[in-house]
Design a protein around this ligand. Structure first.
Ligand code: SF4
Length: 410
């Protein structure tokens, strides 16, 4: 959206500055996100009463009636309409305007037609929108609609362009990446896409965004491992290690199936790093269920776990479930898992002392340059004249510091 404005010679200023147009791209994943968006809306209009205030994103998509009643807002746009944002700004006169399509019936990937905003070394490329899973705690399918995959040729065109600008690593992302191609009845489209990305000169690493465990069948992993530039790091959202909890979450896999997927990955990828997301305090999660999750997590030994305390989201099945868990219990469970995650990461990092790894050097920080290994461990490399940003260097690890490794270039 920023680039759409830049193309029209608009100057982008900080959100706290006085502006002619304010765009608030909202999130709605929790009730708290909605509240924060409302606060931002009021804050923006206070800065310049004559500005055009446009609200878009997931909150705008699912709560347009609510937003219609907020007098500060001039334009409300749904997720599918975002790509035409400038047209709506240009056409705006003085009367409140709203355009939010029925996203559950949208069939096209919302193609922005701009090159993804990137940092110097890594670019995030979104190839898929929407989700058909309807996990019981999640509002996303209502805000993002059904699965829509981006055309391979559009993705390749964009990556070729960013590779020309020197980007070395791409992260392929989506709302539910495992469903890429499903809307076109193509089960192997993700592999096909990745094979084509692999051929693009200049791109040296391909990383995958969050994946669903059901994708991790042996056949898929085997095909993936043949793609030379795929990184040996995967983020698989487990959410719970207890089958009863998973069932209430409507996650559509068991912990045994998840473990099979992990074993498949370990069979085909060396030095693989696995990370995950876990929700604690899901409605009805008993002490016994939580302990089952804890034991399972200990067994799998993820490098890092992102722990979320379950948050009641209006409009989802889980928010209506009985036996909601108290904030105090959620806090205790969350702390326990965060401790386990830190312990795992520390143990894993220690194993690297004395070893050599390849690091994509990203940005200077004091007397170091920060970068990442192919399995996405952060490394601080001591700076000297021979060390250049945006190159891959062999580095000998000499120490660890908090979540990162410290090394000297070889
Ligand atoms: S798979 Fe992910 S995005 Fe889809 S409903 Fe479940 S949690 Fe939400």
């Amino acid at each position: 959206m920023k680039q759409k404005f830049q193309e029209q010679n608009y100057e982008i200023v900080d959100f706290d500055d006085i502006a002619d147009v304010y765009v608030i791209n909202t999130c709605t994943v929790t009730n708290m996100s909605d509240r924060k968006s409302r606060q931002m809306i009021r804050k923006a209009k206070e800065k310049n009463k004559n500005s055009i205030l446009l609200v878009t994103g997931c909150y705008a998509q699912i709560a347009k009636e609510e937003l219609e009643n907020i007098k500060e807002i001039d334009i409300v746009l749904g997720n599918q309409e975002k790509k035409d944002i400038f047209k709506y700004i240009k056409e705006y006169q003085t009367v409140k305007k709203e355009s939010v399509s029925d996203i559950l019936h949208e069939q096209e990937f919302p193609e922005f037609g701009v090159i993804t905003y990137t940092d110097k070394t890594r670019a995030f490329i979104k190839v898929q929108d929407g989700c058909d899973r309807f996990c019981s705690y999640c509002i996303i399918p209502f805000a993002r609609g059904r699965v829509r995959s981006r055309k391979i040729e559009d993705v390749i065109r964009e990556i070729k362009e960013i590779a020309k600008n020197g980007i070395k690593e791409v992260v392929i992302t989506g709302i539910h990446l495992a469903s890429y191609g499903k809307d076109q009845n193509e089960s192997n489209l993700l592999i096909e896409l990745l094979k084509q990305v692999n051929e693009i000169p200049g791109i040296q690493r391909i990383r995958l965004g969050s994946l669903e465990p059901t994708l991790m069948k042996e056949e898929f992993i085997k095909e993936l491992s043949k793609i030379e530039k795929i990184c040996n790091q995967f983020h698989l959202s487990l959410q719970s290690g207890c089958n009863d909890t998973l069932k209430r979450m409507n996650r559509q896999y068991t912990k045994e199936e998840f473990e099979d997927g992990i074993n498949n990955i370990k069979k085909y990828f060396e030095d693989v790093i696995l990370t995950t997301d876990i929700i604690v305090g899901f409605p009805g999660e008993t002490e016994k269920e939580f302990n089952e999750t804890y034991d399972f997590l200990k067994k799998i030994h993820f490098y890092k776990m992102h722990v979320f305390k379950y948050s009641q989201r209006k409009g989802t099945k889980a928010s209506e479930m009985p036996n909601q868990i108290s904030a105090q219990i959620k806090e205790i469970r969350s702390k326990k898992l965060i401790e386990l995650s830190k312990k795992n990461q520390n143990e894993e990092n220690k194993k690297y002392i004395g070893k050599e790894v390849e690091v994509l050097l990203e940005e200077p920080e004091g007397s170091y340059i920060k970068g990442h290994t192919s399995n996405y461990i952060m490394v601080y490399v001591k700076r000297d004249e021979s060390i250049k940003e945006n190159t891959i260097r062999r580095v000998k690890i000499i120490d660890i510091r908090e979540e990162a490794l410290i090394g000297d270039a070889c």
